[in-house]
Design a protein around this ligand. Structure first.
Ligand SMILES: [Zn+2]
Length: 295
């Protein structure tokens, strides 16, 4: 039995995963605004407490951590969404839980999980995108997760879409994730509808459904920017299909079909395609937890 942890920008999820990729038990913690000011001790304490409790019930062999950032030898070199750099989370959690620990980028974890356990009809080459607080990415080629030489790479969220555009946490301006992440869409809706930034996910989706006409301009702009970013990726990778994970899945009814149409009919693709297969990640938000436990 393994424990998988998905550390996100707004919450951390911990799950016990069996050898077939099934989550047996799952726990989640949402961060308060105050906790976000000094997040890592909060996250580490939470993981340690849950894991040490689980050890009393299960025989845990390994702890796998999914982190939104660049990882090397278990060290988080940079995570713009968690606001940390050169952070040795492996060493910390190894000492607090007494388990062997591995750390991998969250989008890469999710992509591996989708390939191994996903219910979608995947082919061997697929592009994986997480559209959540930021944008993460991975490319599975002939069943293998591709990786760069010095770093993991595939940081699709930090490809510049609009030079001189919105300042990104990574230090550049106009990054794709500042236009295409679901957080960006949600924040625009919250602002226009005069809602609180603390609003719950279900309440926000409800407010959006009731005010579709009023926020149509936000939907249109988001869709165009998302299609532009994804078209660049299609032109580079020519994937068999695209799988999208992250909070975007909760808004697929708004965007999935229009996104396909925009991509196929707006002259964005270098090579003509008759069809474009874009699916929502079948493992949903559990993909990160499961993928973190795959060695
Ligand atoms: Zn960036």
């Amino acid at each position: 039995m393994n424990v998988g942890v998905d550390i996100g920008g707004s919450h951390t999820a911990v799950g016990v995963v069996d050898d077939n990729g099934n989550i047996l038990e799952q726990f989640e913690k949402d961060y308060t605004q105050k906790e976000k000011e000094n997040l890592m001790p909060v996250v580490e304490n939470y993981i340690t407490e849950v894991v040490n409790n689980l050890k009393k019930i299960y025989k845990i062999d390994h702890l796998g951590i999914a982190v939104p950032g660049t990882i090397s030898d278990g060290i988080v070199l940079k995570s713009v969404n968690l606001g940390i750099c050169n952070y040795d989370i492996l060493k910390i959690l190894q000492s607090t839980t007494g388990l062997t620990v591995s750390v991998r980028n969250d989008a890469k974890c999710a992509a591996i999980a989708e390939y191994k356990y996903g219910r979608n009809d995947y082919k061997d080459k697929f592009l994986f995108l997480t559209l959540g607080t930021g944008i993460g990415g991975a490319f599975i080629y002939n069943g293998k997760l591709l990786s760069g030489t010095n770093y993991d790479g595939y940081e699709f969220g930090h490809m510049v879409l609009k030079p001189g555009g919105i300042k990104c946490n990574c230090g550049k301006s106009g990054c794709f994730e500042k236009y295409g992440s679901i957080l960006c869409f949600k924040q625009k809706c919250i602002k226009k509808l005069g809602l609180s930034y603390e609003i719950s996910g279900p309440d926000l989706r409800n407010a959006i459904s009731k005010n579709m006409k009023y926020i149509q301009d936000i939907i249109d702009v988001y869709l165009k920017d998302l299609a532009l970013g994804i078209s660049n990726l299609i032109n580079i990778f020519e994937p068999d299909n695209i799988i999208i994970g992250g909070g975007f899945a909760r808004y697929d009814y708004l965007f999935l079909e229009p996104l396909k149409k925009e991509l196929l009919n707006s002259g964005l693709l270098f090579n003509n395609r008759k069809d474009l297969k874009i699916d929502i990640a079948s493992l949903g938000n559990e993909a990160g937890i499961i993928g973190a436990t795959i060695s």
